[in-house]
Write a protein of this length. Structure first.
Length: 197
């Protein structure tokens, strides 16, 4: 393999997953934090506490602790003594995390099969260095898709996805190594038969 072919393999392997990732992001927009949470829910000014007032610490209030346990954000208001009391529980972060989890799942189910298809095309492509680049790019695409969705997967799904990807890599290695072995055996036998003639 010469330097030009190696450069093609690296170029395809790097640019292909980048293209696919940016293309999916362009046609399927990722949820933005600002669409779910904004600063308007928080009080603009915090009144000064009177020195004589004994206020209960806001984060020790049972309603606040329950809100935090539910992955919400406790929003305070002020009573007549200028003490912070519980007003409402805002779930914007939880809603955003759920939307982002759905997005990452969808990206995984778009890119992982696409990466697998690209790997299979690379295996059967007759131009070896382009096939190697496609296999490298397809594997990188599958890796990118898995990393995006990995934290949102259940433990069982993580193990299954990693098993499938490992089996794909083993198959690729076996297929390419066995093909090269059979090609080299054929070449040797042809050379021997030519010598005998």
């Amino acid at each position: 393999m010469d330097a030009k072919q190696l450069a093609m393999i690296i170029g395809i392997g790097v640019l292909l997953p980048l293209f696919l990732g940016f293309f999916v992001d362009a046609v399927y927009t990722e949820p933005k934090y600002e669409d779910y949470c904004n600063n308007s829910i928080y009080p603009k000014e915090y009144p000064a506490y009177p020195e004589t007032t004994n206020c209960t610490a806001f984060y020790s209030l049972p309603e606040v602790q329950q809100c935090n346990n539910d992955r919400g954000n406790a929003i305070p208001k002020y009573d007549s003594n200028n003490c912070q009391v519980f007003d409402k529980c805002d779930y914007c972060q939880k809603d955003f995390d759920q939307a982002r989890g759905v997005y990452n799942r969808d990206v995984f189910f778009i890119l992982a099969p696409l990466g697998l298809i690209i790997v299979l095309i690379g295996i059967y492509l007759t131009v070896q260095y382009i096939g190697a680049g496609l296999m490298f790019g397809g594997l990188a695409t599958m890796f990118y898709a898995t990393v995006r969705y990995f934290s949102d997967m259940s433990k069982l799904l993580r193990a299954l996805v990693l098993l499938v990807e490992l089996l794909v890599i083993i198959y690729i290695g076996y297929k390419k190594i066995e093909d090269k072995k059979s090609e080299s055996k054929d070449t040797r036998s042809k050379k021997r038969s030519k010598r005998r003639k």
